[in-house]
Design a protein around this ligand. Structure first.
Ligand code: AMP
Length: 281
């Protein structure tokens, strides 16, 4: 397994693969890898000849009062996990390598970045799209794998790939969960045992919404009402948003008719967690 900390090293590795006609799959991550990330790596390995994983805590997607500094990092463990999965390249630049002094060009995020998480995290998707476009230009993957746990992120990236005529396919991958139902996230490391237990209210709320839909309920108000009520019952939780949006432009849905993303963001103590499901009717 190659480990590249500079853009030049990473380009050299993928150039040699490309010269052999190998198909490259990219899994962009911020590291502190868990089974969710590993499921993306497995999918990439199944569909591509070589897998590259980027490990980069991207400063431009964090707001000034967010957790960039304290975001968990464990490169030794990440590289062991990647090696065990047969990953061909880890690209792990320092922020100054990706954003050298004078770096001034950013991707302007589309309208679908403004709702949901975009409301409380202005600039977040601009940072995500910028770093992912840079990774695409550096590594030139044929395929790139993203988790639907970050559904809005996936839809924004898909739009960028379409709008900018990028030469690759982005692949959405299902959310990996603990047996309790809690979606795996590097940020779960922030939770105390008590908070982790409280975090189960996200799963409970989404399950409630799904069972209402299964029973035939289609009114957004009722479905989101059930989510809000479930979160309100957990003393350690405070709801940031619960929304139902169609999966094209991510505009609000009053009545469930077409494919709909039901997404929530909940603060458990100091930790912000997100989760969602997609209803396909
Ligand atoms: P992150 O390191 O949190 O930026 O995540 C890197 C990639 O892994 C993103 O495409 C995420 O959507 C994906 N991911 C994170 N958590 C999960 C999960 N529980 N299941 C599936 N994919 C995930």
């Amino acid at each position: 397994m190659e480990i590249a900390a500079t853009v030049a090293q990473a380009k050299a590795v993928v150039r040699s693969w490309r010269s052999h006609g190998l198909k490259l799959g990219l899994v962009p991550t911020m590291g502190y890898l868990h089974e969710g990330h590993l499921s993306l790596i497995d999918r990439a390995a199944a569909e591509c000849d070589r897998v590259a994983v980027s490990v980069f805590v991207n400063p431009t997607q964090f707001g000034p009062n967010e957790d960039f500094e304290r975001y968990p990092r464990d490169f030794a463990k990440d590289s062991k996990l990647c090696a065990a999965k047969g990953v061909g390249l880890i690209f792990c630049p320092e922020p100054a390598e990706m954003y050298p002094p004078g770096h001034a060009t950013y991707v302007e995020a589309p309208a679908l970045a403004t709702g949901l998480c975009g409301r409380s995290r202005p600039g977040h998707f601009r940072g995500v799209l910028t770093v992912v476009l840079k990774l695409f230009m550096i590594l030139e993957p044929d395929m790139a794998y993203f988790g639907l746990k970050d559904a809005q992120q996936f839809f924004c990236l898909k739009k960028m790939v379409e709008d900018l005529n990028l030469n690759l396919t982005v692949v959405p991958c299902p959310t990996v969960r603990e047996s309790s139902g809690l979606a795996l996230s590097s940020r779960n490391a922030y939770l105390s045992a008590e908070e982790k237990n409280a975090a189960l209210c996200l799963t409970k709320a989404l399950n409630k919404a799904e069972s209402l839909l299964k029973a035939g309920e289609r009114r957004g108000e009722v479905i989101l009402g059930a989510i809000k009520e479930t979160i309100a019952q957990e003393p350690l939780a405070s709801l940031e948003y619960a929304e139902a949006v169609e999966t094209g432009q991510l505009t609000e849905v009053k009545e469930f008719v077409t494919e709909t993303l039901v997404a929530i963001a909940v603060h458990i103590g100091q930790t912000r967690l997100i989760d969602n499901f997609i209803w396909r009717g």
